[in-house]
Ligand binder design. Structure first.
Ligand code: ATP
Ligand code: MG
Length: 686
């Protein structure tokens, strides 16, 4: 237990009841969780009876690694995962109580909007479907089902969405499918309404730890309460100043509720920041100090003053990207040994801001990865393949059926599929099930029918073969055969105008297959932290199909990280560039809700506060240097608009004399550095 301060030790050693660690950024909250896992095992709790819940799969992977560093092999039995991955496991084990087969499917965003459109008769545009999805998701996060939504709906508009939600729920249960929100809602209902399931989980879990507690939503909190039961052995760590998911239903009420719901709650505060220099921490404290204080906290650093925080004024987004690249190169040149690429992060508000940086980094030949953006698994080609797996595993997964049967399209047209869908509905069957209905030939013309039947046979055949394919080598061969058999490469080239794009997509496919094959060798399963005994390709496909929609590939590679601020939560880098700190981007346009001009002032104030917390999260990711850049002009649609620096820059209260980065100084510094190195090299005899 070395490397912990007194308050941290106190939190780690208190294992008998509910514990809340409430503290600012970089104060070692996550460290408390990893050490507490070790402590709990030390006290005799079996590793599999410990659950540590993190906010992202990436954070879970990191925590698993850190725990392994402390306790070795036992770490693999600890359930380290996100709320969603825990939900997957609970629903897989006990979903039958709610009428769900263990082979259920998880729908992704596209599937959901597709089904919603369908529920409304198919004429709806994507934007509307997304809006419904948003509303429905919000309701679900509050623990409402369609019945409750209908009862509470406050106008015709909401009532109509509630009706669509009702149809949507029926579809999902027919498809044996769940959406993301169900992965929290269903386990919660399982525990609430089924005492035998509740007792089972409460008996299993001896201690539950939750990181980033401030970003849990109401349903997650309910789930947590049922999981820990009356014994209430749990540890929650969080920071109200880093609550940045209000827009997705996260609520600080969960922080306020804890002491009320658990009067015996032990609250521990941490005050020392071990991450950032004083210069960085001061800027962070200055900004967040302007928000109303819910829970007063102090935070200090003993890492020394460090480099001043820099503000970089840029002409436009391209210029900003060039300056960022120059800064990275400059910082590397300025120290010996130079920092690694992965010591740098460029953070921004919105995904689309990555592009100019990607281009500039590519141009400079600097390796980088975009995290929190389009994940590998969100790529269309990977989703296509996953649709096939989903169908192997759950024949009743209609969205997967529709995707697989059309990628590649096997002579089965829209009309045929429409007729099949109608027939399936009439006969209360899934589309796949309907393929083998003796009455089907009566409604589907011969040519289409042949295509469909062949598809059905292929699926059955593949499923059978996948079940009997074991080990990495066999899996690799099987996947190569399969892709050839269905002509997937050709399909990609046919569908793309640009050969280059098609080639890139094909290389993704190969990478993915390789990754699957490796898993057939049997490894620790990402995302859930469960030791996977997977050997057959079908089993691998099952875990992948289940997790594909919520998991990210983890790679420990030496690359500059590009990330949204939201996805950077909990992480740290020696050198951080906060980009796009431009009024209108961060804070995001606050009064831009067209047609809703008279939005209550309260609402705008609350949103500004959440944006400020986002800025605080960004600043506090930096360990040693921080630069904040903004642009005088910004693309808005096709136009360039003039911009102001974000108000948050002034709020950092930087020293004017040192804050401005002067590119000329940098250049001079580089030249001097170069000359010094050349001299040193000349002086060393080889
Ligand atoms: P955030 O709010 O951003 O999630 P956090 O409170 O979870 O931050 P950690 O990530 O646990 O903070 O810790 C921040 C850094 O400080 C890490 O590099 C961690 O290893 C280090 N650290 C934490 N506690 C100590 C300690 N007692 N002694 C030395 N280093 C520490
Ligand atoms: Mg943390």
């Amino acid at each position: 237990m070395s490397g912990l301060n007194l308050a941290q030790l106190q939190a780690v050693h208190y294992t008998e009841g509910p514990c809340l660690v409430l503290a600012g950024a970089g104060s070692g909250k996550t460290r408390v969780i990893t050490h507490k896992i070790a402590r709990l095992i030390e006290t005799g709790l079996a590793p599999r009876r410990i659950a540590a819940i993190t906010f992202t799969n990436k954070a879970a992977a990191e925590m698993r690694e850190r725990a392994a560093g402390l306790i070795g092999r036992q770490a693999k039995d600890v359930l380290v995962c996100t709320f969603h991955a825990l939900g997957v496991r609970m629903v897989r084990e006990d979903g039958h109580v709610l009428g769900l087969k263990p082979s259920f499917s998880i729908l992704d965003q596209d599937d959901v909007t597709g089904i919603l459109k369908d529920c409304a008769g198919g004429t709806t545009d994507l934007a509307t479907a997304r809006q419904w999805q948003w509303t429905i998701s919000n309701w679900k996060n509050q623990g409402w089902d369609a019945r409750k939504a209908l009862a509470i709906a406050k106008d015709d508009h909401e009532r109509s969405i509630a009706l669509i939600m009702q149809r949507y729920e029926e579809r999902l249960s027919a498809y044996q499918s769940v959406d993301f929100d169900d992965l929290i809602g269903m386990p919660m209902r399982l525990l609430r309404h089924h005492p035998e399931v509740r007792e089972k989980w409460q008996r299993l879990l001896g201690h539950v730890l939750v990181d980033e507690y401030q970003d849990t939503n109401a349903t997650q909190y309910e789930l947590l309460k049922y999981l820990v039961g009356e014994r209430a052995r749990f540890t929650a760590v969080g920071d109200d100043d880093q609550s940045i998911y209000g827009w997705r239903g996260a609520t600080l009420d969960n922080l306020k509720k804890l002491p009320q719901d658990f009067p015996q709650l032990k609250v521990i505060k941490l005050e020392q920041n071990y991450r950032s220099t004083s210069a960085i921490l001061r800027a962070a404290n200055n900004v967040i100090g302007l928000n109303p204080k819910l829970f007063p906290k102090t935070l200090f650093s003993e890492l020394g003053e460090g480099e001043p925080v820099r503000v970089v004024d840029c002409d436009n987004e391209e210029h900003e990207a060039e300056r960022a690249v120059a800064r990275i190169q400059g910082l590397r040149a300025a120290s010996n040994p130079p920092p690694a690429w992965k010591d740098f992060a460029i953070l921004y508000r919105a995904n689309h801001q990555a592009k100019p940086f990607e281009k500039a980094l590519r141009k400079a030949n600097i390796p980088y990865k975009v995290s929190g953006g389009t994940s590998f698994f969100d790529r269309a080609e990977i989703k296509d393949l996953c649709a096939w797996f989903r169908l192997w595993i759950n024949n009743d997964d209609d969205p997967a059926f529709l995707r697989a049967v059309t990628s590649p399209r096997r002579g089965v047209g829209h009309t045929t599929l429409g007729a099949l869908g109608e027939f399936a509905t009439q006969h209360k069957q899934s589309m796949f099930g309907a393929l083998f209905n003796a009455m089907l030939p009566a409604v589907i013309p011969k040519r289409g029918l042949e295509g469909l039947l062949e598809f059905g046979r292929t699926i059955n055949d593949l499923e059978h073969r996948a079940r009997h394919t074991h080990g990495a080598e066999n899996a690799r061969a099987f996947l190569a055969d399969w892709l050839k058999e269905i002509g997937y490469e050709q399909h990609l080239y046919d569908g793309e105008d640009s050969e280059k794009v098609a080639a890139a997509r094909w290389s993704n496919v190969l990478e993915f297959c390789d990754w699957m094959a490796q898993r057939a060798g049997g490894q620790v399963e990402e995302g859930t932290g469960l030791q996977s005994e997977t050997k057959s390709l079908l089993e691998v496909a099952q875990t992948i199909a289940l997790l594909s929609t919520i998991s990210e590939r983890e790679q420990e590679q030496d690359m500059v990280v590009l990330s949204t601020l939201h996805a950077s939560k909990g992480l740290e880098w020696p050198h951080v560039i906060l980009a796009g700190v431009t009024e209108g981007m961060l804070p995001f346009k606050l009064d831009d809700d067209e047609g809703r001009q008279q939005k209550v002032a309260d609402d705008v104030a609350a949103r500004l506060q959440e944006e400020r917390r986002l800025m605080y999260v960004g600043i506090t990711r930096a360990q040693r240097t921080l630069a904040v850049s903004w642009t005088k002009k910004r693309k808005k649609g096709r136009e360039m608009v003039a911009c102001q620096p974000s108000r948050f820059i002034a709020e950092m209260k930087l020293d004017a004399a040192t804050a401005r980065e002067n590119p000329r100084d940098k250049l001079r510094q580089l030249r001097e550095e170069f000359a010094r190195k050349a001299q040193a090299a000349a002086a060393t005899p080889d």
